[in-house]
Design a protein around this ligand. Structure first.
Ligand SMILES: Nc1ncnc2c1ncn2[C@@H]1O[C@H](COP(=O)(O)OP(=O)(O)OP(=O)(O)O)[C@@H](O)[C@H]1O
Length: 641
């Protein structure tokens, strides 16, 4: 594994994600299932349109129908014109007799023009609203999803694809549905007109349509199958693309001279995807060619039937022109219809994706909980709590029981991967225990409304989010609705976290946008960002404070200040529960409780003195760290036996 020439990511073929399995089934579905798909897609598009704007949807339906009716009327009037012109008698009289019918054709043409403009205007107003609505629904649903879902790669890919493709496809579905309605009305108008001229002509005008319909369906199925085959390759391609083009990886990619490896790997995956795309387009072109050829034969047959009717005297010659016109209109409208069906059928795939995403978000959201907390927690109790990340065999937290009390600083320590951050998230309800319970003042937090819970928590994350907004809101986002007349609270949080010194250096002070994505925006160093994260946590002013490695990137002076601030939070007013995750054991000496984790299990528990006296893992880790600052012998001397 991991040598030159071998797959860089380490996996070549990933399992088909659960949400893509449905498409594999679609790709292999029979024609009947496919035929059922488009009406279902149309029904969905209409429902979305209705939700976006009922009056505009109604109006769209009315103008489409009116446009179709006018087309039919125009066709029949044209037949009348031909009948009058080709009737017996002197030419001037025939022309005069045809004048009313000609006027009707002209009026129908003008009305059709006006109605087409009305259709375009109504669609133009409706369709963007549909997209906005679809986007909004998805965003609202994703924001309700449980944090743990984001640890599942299948889910995050589904969300990414659904949010990037879904709303725009739904928009085009709404557009295509309108256009499909228009072309269907035109087809009906042409078929009815042909049928009025001679009943045999009604089915004949559709002869050319069937082969094209077959080609459309076949071609879309080829596309589905290819999409499913390439799911894994596309995911690998996007990962390597991100490594090549992203800002975060840029430094390490260069420092480790991995450019040729990455480029080679991306080319290798792209070759696979390109070969598949070329194969797909070739197969689709062949299918389309067959469809068009057979369709051409169908058109020839239709005209043959017309010729036979005229030859056998089944239809007067005067109506032949009108019949040919109806056939042309039918041919054109059928072509339009097939084009729209094709679009809708292809889009139905993304609609399914979007709907799967909505279903998944529902499945992965916590059911609404009505439970309330009696107030800010005085005691948090964990009873035999276990948790496993999605798709992982091993538990990240395994059977942990402990009690955290108001006024205490509780330190979580242990080696990398021992479960500290996970446990911290379980305490706050960001993750829910797989088994066991976390209760705040005796109330199981699984039964409590999440907002009610999280309102009472301030978290300083190990890898804080660099909020792309100005410096002031980077702190205030901790609790945007907190009243702060005169900015005293902002200033206090900034002073205690050392953020004030960072802001003093910024060209626009608190108004400086902290993101390079925007003009005049600034980026910060890792430690400076961490100061902002601490300030945010302090500003939130919550009764439960979780500080997960809050000082890993801080210099000694800032670290000292931050720990003093955190101790102050718990100590001075004694009204908070402060959970501190850290590897800097010198900072946990004064904690009221130290919980030592190993492979997700709580292996030691007590105060610094108790744990040192016990002589277990904590003492070993503490001694190791202490020895880095002093001679080994001295370090042992400082540790009470
Ligand atoms: N998102 C995730 N998906 C799957 N497994 C995870 C995820 N996050 C953490 N783990 C695993 O869960 C276990 C506990 O991780 P956790 O982050 O809680 O450890 P930690 O003690 O905070 O580590 P560190 O000191 O390195 O921050 C580890 O085995 C880790 O590999």
């Amino acid at each position: 594994m991991g040598r030159v020439g071998e797959p860089l990511i380490g996996v070549e073929d990933m399992e088909t994600p659960r949400w893509a399995e449905g498409y594999a089934a679609t790709a292999n579905a029979g024609l009947r299932a496919v035929a059922a798909k488009v009406p279902a897609t149309v029904a969905l598009a209409v429902r979305w349109a209705w939700r976006a704007s009922p009056p505009l949807t109604l109006l769209a339906g009315v103008v489409q129908l009116a446009a179709g009716a006018v087309t039919a009327f125009g066709l029949l009037a044209t037949a009348d014109v031909f009948t009058q012109l080709l009737a017996q008698g002197p030419t001037p009289e025939r022309v005069v007799a045809a004048l009313p019918a000609i006027a009707t054709v002209v009026a129908a043409g003008a009305a059709r023009g006006l109605l087409d403009a009305a259709v375009a205007a109504v669609q133009g107003a409706l369709v963007p609203r549909v997209e906005q609505r679809a986007q909004d629904d998805l965003h609202a649903a994703v924001l309700r999803v449980d944090l743990a879902a984001f640890d599942d790669a299948d889910f995050t890919e589904l969300v990414e694809r659904a949010s990037s493709e879904g709303p725009s496809r739904i928009r085009s579905c709404a557009q295509d549905t309108g256009d499909l309605m228009a072309s269907l009305v035109s087809v009906s108008a042409a078929v009815v007109s042909a049928g009025v001229l001679h009943p045999v002509l009604a089915p004949v005008v559709l002869l050319a349509a069937l082969p094209r319909g077959w080609a459309t369906v076949r071609s879309a199925r080829l596309m589905f199958a290819s999409f499913v085959r390439m799911t894994s390759a596309r995911r690998r391609s996007s990962v390597t693309r991100m490594l090549i083009t992203g800002r975060d990886p840029a430094a390490e990619v260069r420092a480790f001279t991995t450019q040729p490896v990455l480029l080679g790997e991306h080319r290798r995956i792209s070759d696979l995807i390109t070969a598949e795309a070329v194969r797909l387009e070739r197969d689709r072109a062949v299918v389309q060619l067959v469809g068009r050829t057979v369709s051409g034969v169908g058109t020839g047959l239709a005209y043959g039937v017309l010729a036979l009717l005229l030859y056998a005297g089944g239809m007067p010659l005067a109506l032949a022109g009108a019949a040919a016109l109806a056939m042309r209109t039918a041919g054109q409208s059928v072509a339009n219809t097939i084009y729209e069906i094709n679009h809708l059928y292809e889009a139905s795939f993304y609609l399914d994706l979007y709907r799967s995403c909505l279903d998944e978000t529902r499945r992965r959201s916590r059911p609404p909980a009505a439970g309330r907390l009696p107030g800010d927690p005085a005691e948090i109790t964990l009873t035999d709590v276990s948790f496993r990340y999605p798709g992982q065999e091993q538990q990240a937290v395994n059977g942990v029981s402990c009690t955290l009390r108001r006024g205490e600083v509780i330190a979580l320590v242990g080696e990398n991967g021992s479960g500290k951050s996970t446990l911290a998230k379980l305490i706050t309800g960001l993750y829910l225990a797989e088994s066991g319970t976390v209760s705040w003042d005796g109330v199981d937090i699984a039964t409590v409304d999440q907002r009610e819970l999280h309102e009472r928590v301030a978290v300083v994350f190990q890898d804080p989010l660099r909020w792309p907004m100005h410096a002031e809101n980077n702190v205030r986002i901790g609790r945007l609705d907190r009243p702060d007349p005169g900015g005293a609270r902002l200033a206090d949080a900034a002073a205690r976290s050392g953020t004030d010194a960072v802001v003093a250096e910024l060209p626009g002070g608190w108004s400086t946008v902290l993101s390079r994505e925007f003009q005049g925006g600034r980026d910060l160093s890792g430690g400076q960002w961490q100061r902002f994260s601490v300030a945010r946590g302090l500003y939130r002013d919550a009764p439960v404070v979780i500080a997960d490695e809050p000082t890993a990137a801080l210099d000694a002076r800032a670290e000292h200040a931050v720990f003093a601030a955190l101790r102050g939070l718990a100590g001075t007013r004694g009204d908070r529960i402060t959970v501190l995750v850290t590897h800097r054991l010198a900072n946990v000496k004064h904690a009221d409780q130290i919980l030592v984790l190993e492979q997700g299990r709580l292996i030691e528990h007590g105060t610094h003195e108790q744990l040192i006296a016990r002589g277990g893992t904590y003492r070993e880790l503490f001694t190791l760290q202490a020895s880095a600052y002093t001679d080994e012998g001295d370090a042992r001397d400082t540790v009470p036996a």
